[in-house]
Ligand binder design. Structure first.
Ligand code: FAD
Length: 481
């Protein structure tokens, strides 16, 4: 009979519909092309770029796997300024102004300065005078400069490649599975660093984590065709100017490079009511950085998700809402802010940003007390001196606190380090450790340590601290309390 089961390859279809009933599809095992490295860095963002450069410079064969087509991460998508290389010297009388983060983070700024890609370190003044320094960046030059630095350091760069899984034996990661247009591949390594911000690699490797969902998601945009001086005069005239910083803009020193109005609530009565109500409702406002004439970066639009930002379906809804709200914000700016009459959206982040996704459990969890009491540890890998909520929270006497190596050791795994916004569960401690420059310092330490471990063939917990400290000091990391 024509319609026999043998005449049609119906069996396979039947099987897949059986598996559909369970809600799962069983994927067939497959041989994946294998690549071998000493150090594998997952995520080429703020911390990951620095980690990969540091590892490669120590002589480790290093792979950097980045989901997007460029490196830089939230630095180029969200903040657009690095915050803050210095201690809180203004908070306490008589405290000396000190640069407490140097190393590769400062090298990136030096390289950017050569090509007109940064404002340099601009002191923040104005009504909101707590903040020390704004180092705004040209986001496109940052992408180029860090890719060049990675290539010069001989890092194998795998952009447009997603870390999609991990293979573990006991407490050791053997390799990560990646997905790109070349299909799936297996990256074998001796030591791994999770710089994915969301902790994807740690989660795939079965590490403990929490999803606190305690920040809104956000997309930050750049507005072109803005008269910065006209906007500044308007804010001053209305007594609504918040923070202000001067630095290099389009090659000229002494230009406005950061400007903000006071926050939504305190500008009530100073700026038009419709503008104030509108930006408060849209989770937006006027805090901006710039490296170019006629251009404002960092106009944020926030949106609070009901669930953690690892929920793809809720994020998909938020991507649309935020983009609609960006254009509503633009309309408010054009209508109400002199200098912005003819503004247009010149750039947005390719996808929404967040201040934290998963927080990975490490051997040590930095607390707010550690930060504000200026605590140092016997395994400090960097020091930092800034808190996002200053002047409410300040590091004692304008000093520094230490980030210990044990805060980067992912609990229960012997060859995995974490660096960036994915460490530190305490909300207020995280308001310091997640700052860009702190993430970069963690990246330099994680990359250096991973390289030393892979070269010596030892676990991250067996690395003698003195070896790590010496290597960090030799590479210009500042470790004074
Ligand atoms: C809107 C906003 C404004 C901010 N403003 C400031 C500010 O003004 N000053 C300041 O100091 N800090 C600011 N922050 C905080 C700071 O920018 C971040 O905490 C910091 O940049 C995070 O660095 P990171 O390396 O942990 O993550 P990221 O820089 O986000 O890097 C993570 C990288 O991993 C990649 N990735 C993720 N998953 C995978 C995967 N599975 N496979 C491969 N690649 C993957 C991503 O594409 C990304 O490139 C802001 C944050 C936001 C969201």
């Amino acid at each position: 009979m024509m319609l026999s089961g043998l005449a049609f390859p119906a069996l396979n279809f039947k099987l897949s519909s059986d598996s559909d009933k369970t809600g799962f599809f069983k994927e067939n095992p497959k041989n994946l092309p294998l690549r071998e490295f000493d150090v594998v860095v997952a995520g080429g963002g703020t911390a990951g770029v620095v980690a990969a450069i540091a590892a490669a410079r120590q002589g480790a064969k290093t792979a950097l796997i980045e989901a997007k087509g460029y490196t830089g991460g939230t630095v180029v998508e969200g903040g657009t300024a690095l915050h803050s290389f210095f201690n809180l010297w203004k908070a306490f009388p008589g405290v000396e102004k000190r640069q407490v983060v140097k190393g590769i983070a400062q090298e990136i700024i030096d390289r950017l300065l050569l090509v007109g890609g940064t404002t340099g370190h601009g002191d923040v003044t104005g009504k909101i005078d707590y903040d020390c320094v704004c180092t705004a960046i040209d986001t496109e030059l940052y992408k180029l400069v860090v890719l060049e630095m990675l290539a010069e350091a001989d890092v194998s760069i795998f952009t447009n490649t997603l870390v999609a899984g991990a293979v573990k034996k006991g407490r050791i990661i053997e390799g990560v599975i990646t997905q790109s247009r070349m299909g799936r591949e297996f990256f074998k390594g001796k030591c791994f660093i999770d710089c994915t911000a969301y902790g994807d690699l740690s989660a795939y490797a079965g590490a403990e984590y929490v999803e606190l969902n305690d920040h809104p998601v956000c997309n930050s945009m750049g507005l072109g065709n803005v008269n910065i001086e006209k906007l500044y005069s308007y804010l001053v005239k209305n007594n609504a100017l918040g923070d202000l910083a001067y630095g290099i803009r389009d090659g000229k020193q002494g230009q406005i490079i950061r400007m903000g109005s006071e926050s939504g609530y305190t500008i009530r009565g100073k700026l038009p009511q419709e503008f104030v109500d509108g930006v408060v409702k849209l989770g937006s406002g006027l805090i901006t950085t710039t490296v170019h004439d006629n251009y404002l970066m960092f106009i944020k639009v926030n949106y609070k998700l009901p669930v953690s930002p690892t929920n793809r379906d809720e994020v998909a809804k938020a991507e649309l809402i935020i983009r609609q709200n960006q254009f509503k914000t633009l309309e408010l700016f054009r209508k109400h802010l002199p200098g912005c009459e003819n503004a247009f959206i010149a750039r947005t982040s390719p996808s929404l940003n967040i201040r934290r996704g998963r927080t990975i459990t490490c051997d040590y969890d930095i607390t707010l007390a550690d930060v504000i009491e200026a605590k140092h540890f016997d395994d400090d890998i960097m020091v930092y001196g800034f808190h996002d909520s200053a002047p409410k929270y300040q590091i004692n006497n304008g000093g520094t606190y230490g980030v210990p190596f044990k805060a980067l050791l992912v609990k229960g795994i012997e060859n995995l380090l974490a660096a960036g916004m994915l460490i530190t569960s305490d909300f207020q401690a995280h308001m310091s450790t997640r700052n860009t420059v702190c993430c970069m310092g963690q990246g330099q330490a994680a990359g250096t340590a991973a390289a030393l471990c892979s070269i010596k063939n030892i676990s991250t917990r067996d690395l003698p601290y003195k070896d790590l400290r010496n290597a960090l000091l030799k590479t210009n990391v500042y470790l004074e309390s």
